[in-house]
Design a protein around this ligand. Structure first.
Ligand SMILES: [Cu+2]
Length: 119
């Protein structure tokens, strides 16, 4: 093939096989409560730790009936490595935390985790 075509093929191949960069975007590293945990009391805090600052644009805590429980945020929608918010006292039940955010590189991110409160 012509040199230009050859070069294009090399570029395409190297893009196809490039490993995803560890720094491509922020990742969620840990949550509180931990995903899947069963608690005996309402958690004092809902938090997510990221490997790079994340602007959390949306977070919700929903119980098994689909009722949303409002959180008190302290991040002022600024990028944070550790997002935390205070939930109201939650009754026993199963909860799902869903979040959306903008990573440091501008990519939209989202995730979810769940926990249970049981006596
Ligand atoms: Cu990214």
């Amino acid at each position: 093939m012509k040199p230009a075509t050859y070069l294009a093929a090399i570029v395409a191949l190297s893009l196809a096989f490039a490993p995803p960069s560890a720094n491509a975007h922020s990742k969620k590293e840990a949550t509180e409560p931990a995903n899947g945990i069963v608690l005996e009391t309402s958690p004092p805090i809902i938090s997510m730790r990221f490997d790079m600052p994340m602007r959390v644009t949306l977070i919700s805590v929903t119980d098994q009936d689909g009722t949303a429980h409002d959180l008190t945020r302290t991040d002022n929608m600024q990028p944070v490595s550790e997002f935390s918010a205070t939930p109201p006292v939650l009754p026993t039940g199963q909860y799902t935390v869903e979040w959306r955010g903008l990573a440091a590189d501008g990519h939209p991110m989202q995730g979810a985790f769940s926990f249970e409160i049981s006596n």
